[in-house]
Design a binder for this molecule. Structure first.
Ligand SMILES: NC(=O)c1ccc[n+]([C@@H]2O[C@H](COP(=O)([O-])OP(=O)(O)OC[C@H]3O[C@@H](n4cnc5c(N)ncnc54)[C@H](O)[C@@H]3O)[C@@H](O)[C@H]2O)c1
Length: 250
């Protein structure tokens, strides 16, 4: 049994993680902590993997403290920068136990991670590519981090394949052509009733390919979280790993 502690356990994501761990045959809940609780209660004696879903302003400090306490951490909280990642790497280099792991996933939805991968595979074969992300109207950032990542992956794959600029005769644009990320136009829709969705459109003369990922509910993140918990508990990924694609045998 993998002993899992959850930090941010009362939050929207954390409470789903508590349920997912309780429902998994190979995992058991150790501690469920939230703001104000004492993180030092989490030790290698009671926990194999901590799942951290809190807020960007506290996540780094939580992860650094947990690494110091000798436990592995799976992180879903967003807001990671290169500087913060470097601090985690430095902490891991001085971790008390050998082979300690921190895994951070900007997106735990397997559909979204696969869509990103499929887009990268398809990109060299199409003259045109555009990304449309669609989200609930309470989302504060646009375009989504996932859409930016997808556009960058497409741009990179096009460059590697020696593709030039995409055809586009637009001379006047009031903003309708979207944000250009790495040469790829990205469009954001905010609509009541949506959750998190992404569509990647590819076009050649006479043919199109559409890749679409739909996340309808936060529960969609749980298979990815449990996959990460199992991979991290296996001990096969010492150090820092970022991105669920590393665990999907792609
Ligand atoms: N990686 C992914 O796939 C993914 C998916 C959805 C959301 N997220 C991210 O996960 C994070 C959490 O999202 P949410 O919707 O659950 O937010 P939320 O506000 O519902 O929950 C955050 C929880 O963290 C707790 N918390 C705050 N400070 C804490 C501290 N110092 N120690 C312990 N707990 C603390 C809060 O009390 C709250 O219960 C956000 O950064 C969000 O963007 C990531």
């Amino acid at each position: 049994m993998i002993r899992v502690s959850v930090v941010g356990a009362k939050g929207r994501m954390g409470s789903h993680v508590v349920d997912a761990v309780n429902g998994a045959a190979d995992a058991q809940l150790a501690l469920a902590l939230d703001a104000g609780d004492d993180l030092t209660a989490i030790t290698p004696d009671n926990t194999d993997v901590v799942v951290e879903f809190t807020v960007p302003s506290v996540s780094l400090d939580n992860v650094l403290a947990l690494v110091k306490q000798g436990v592995n951490v799976v992180v879903g909280t967003t807001g990671w920068t290169d500087d913060k990642l470097a601090q985690v790497k430095a902490a891991l280099a001085e971790a008390p136990r050998e082979g300690q792991t921190v895994f951070i996933a900007p997106n735990f939805a397997i559909s979204a991670v696969l869509a990103d991968h499929f887009a990268k595979v398809a990109a060299p074969y199409f003259e045109s590519a555009e990304v449309i992300e669609l989200h609930h109207p309470t989302k504060v950032d646009a375009p989504s981090g996932t859409a930016i990542h997808t556009a960058q992956a497409i741009g990179e794959a096009r460059r590697a394949a020696g593709l030039g600029d995409m055809p586009d005769a637009t001379e006047t644009d009031g903003g309708s052509r979207g944000q250009v990320v790495d040469g790829v136009h990205v469009h954001a829709v905010r609509l009541r009733g949506l959750n998190a969705h992404e569509e990647v459109l590819f076009g050649n003369a006479g043919e199109q390919l559409t890749i679409r990922a739909d996340s309808f509910d936060r529960i969609s993140f749980m298979p990815g979280v449990l996959l990460a918990v199992r991979k991290v508990a296996s001990g096969a990924y010492p150090g820092l790993t970022v991105g669920l694609d590393h665990f999907l045998d792609l």
